[in-house]
Every structure is written in C-alpha cells, then in structure tokens.
Design a protein around this ligand. Structure first.
Ligand code: ARG
Length: 266
C-alpha cells in the first residue's frame, strides 16, 4: 500500500513536472512573439511627441504603437532627449527611435531607417511684426534652432556654418522660448510643429513663414541601429498600416485632415 502510494506520488509529480515544462514552453513562445521594443524619443516636439499629464503622447507615439502591434511587438517609449537618441541607437542600446527624425544622407551613414511615415518641411517662426519674409532674410539675424536638426543645417546654409548668430538649443521648445523672450529673431523647425505652436499660443503673437524655394520636403522615418534585424518587419508593418486604414485613422484623428498617401508611398 505504501509502495503504491509512492508510485502514485512519483507519477503525479512527473506529470506535474511535464505539465509545467510544457506550460513554460508555451509562455516562452508567446513571450517571444510579444517582445517589447525599447523606443527612444525627445518628447518636446508637439504634436509628434510631447508630455501630457506625465505621459508621452503624440502622432509618433500612436504610429509606433500601431507599427509594433502590426509587427507583433509591444513597445515601450522612453523620453530621453534628442542628442541621446543618436547615442543610444549608435551603441544599439535601444531598438528604435521615433522623434520626427528626418531621413537624410548623413544620418544614413550611421543608422538605418524604416520606410518614410510622414512628409515635412522646415518653416520659420517669427514675431507677428517681423520683417522676415523668406529664408534669405535670415541673413544677419539671430536664429534659434534645436541642435543637430535639419533646421540647424538650413540656418547654417543661410548664415554660414560658423555663424555666431545661430543659437543652438537642446530642445526645440527651448529655441522657441529664446525667440519669445527676445533673444532670437526667428526659429527654423518643422512646419507642423511651428504652425501648431503659433496657433496654440496666440498671446505670444507669432507667425509662420513658409519658403518652398529654399526649404526642401523631408520624410520622417523610424531610426534604427545600423544593420538592425527589425527593419524588414517594421517596413512590412508600415506598409500594412498604410494599406489597412490604420495610418489614415491615426492621421485624421490627430490632424483633422486626410494624409497624402500617394506621396508617402512613392
Ligand atoms: N525633423 C527634424 C530633424 O530630423 C527635427 C526633428 C526634431 N525632433 C524632436 N523630437 N525634437 O532634424
């Protein structure tokens, strides 16, 4: 009797062991398919990425969540600031960066990008009473920009690379603050951002100058460490959300208009 009891115990123990092993394999499989990607951003760039009640929100956050979901990943977006994005992706400590990052030739030497997901162009933010009417008029003026952005590159092109009249800031919000406080005559930054800022802060009496002959269109992409294995699956997911209506819905909810899908896809 005692022996039978022992055998039964051994049997049930080994069954339990097998079940638990089987169970944990299942868990392993599903943990793999919902791997969490570490996504880095500079959340001072509304409406693309900004802080709202302690949360990182914005168009880019909606987009990266949709891309992740489509590709079978969950994403954790971390606000680390602009320059650190390039550092973290450079040494592969983050899986991807989404931060209104323009796909440009220089960056492509060091990083990979997904397919484009947004069309942008630089514009000039100035006080309402400013006489600046075009990019050329920035010559001889003090221009505030966010460090290491395409806005900075344009300011350097117009004012000269070493110009002391270019004031560089860690964030675009600080560059705008400099303008508002009278320390600069203009800010050069992405159109959607400066337009939204001028509209949302009417008491600051700002206006936006667009200059399509001096500023070229730019595309935002998700930036990846060079050689990232994620590129094929993220590209596929971007294509899918553009085809299945998810992209359009996110765009419409955020901007209240239709995206130009044709320009994004070609
Ligand atoms: N599109 C510009 C660039 O890539 C500016 C992006 C700035 N983004 C930000 N989150 N501060 O250079």
């Amino acid at each position: 009797m005692k022996k039978v009891g022992l055998t039964a115990l051994v049997l049930s123990l080994s069954t339990a062991f097998m079940l638990s092993t089987f169970g944990s394999n299942q868990e392993l499989a599903s943990a793999k398919s919902t791997k969490t990607l570490r996504i880095v951003t500079d959340a001072t760039y509304a409406p693309f990425e900004y802080m709202d009640k302690g949360k990182i929100v914005g168009f880019d956050v909606d987009i990266i969540k949709a891309i992740g979901k489509q590709a079978g990943y969950s994403v954790k977006v971390e606000n680390i600031g602009w320059d650190p994005i390039f550092v973290e992706l450079g040494n592969k400590r983050a899986d991807a960066g989404i931060s209104s990052i323009t796909i440009d030739k220089d960056r492509q030497k060091t990083y990979d990008f997904t397919l484009p997901y947004f069309l942008s162009i630089n514009e000039i933010l100035v006080p309402k009473n400013s006489k600046i009417k075009s990019a050329k008029d920035l010559k001889g003026k003090v221009v505030a920009v966010q460090n290491a952005t395409t806005g900075q590159a344009y300011a350097e092109k117009i004012l000269g690379k070493k110009s002391k009249n270019i004031k560089k800031f860690e964030s675009n919000a600080l560059a705008i603050m400099e303008l508002v406080n009278g320390g600069a005559d203009a800010v050069v930054a992405d159109n959607t951002v400066v337009e939204e800022y001028a509209k949302n802060n009417p008491t600051q009496k700002l206006k936006v100058i667009s200059d399509k002959s001096n500023f070229q269109p730019e595309f935002y992409g998700v930036m990846l460490p060079k050689g990232s294995k994620l590129k094929p699956s993220l590209d596929k997911a971007i294509k899918a959300i553009m085809d299945n209506g998810t992209y359009r819905k996110i765009f419409k909810d955020r901007f209240g208009k239709e995206p130009d899908m044709k320009r994004l896809k070609d």
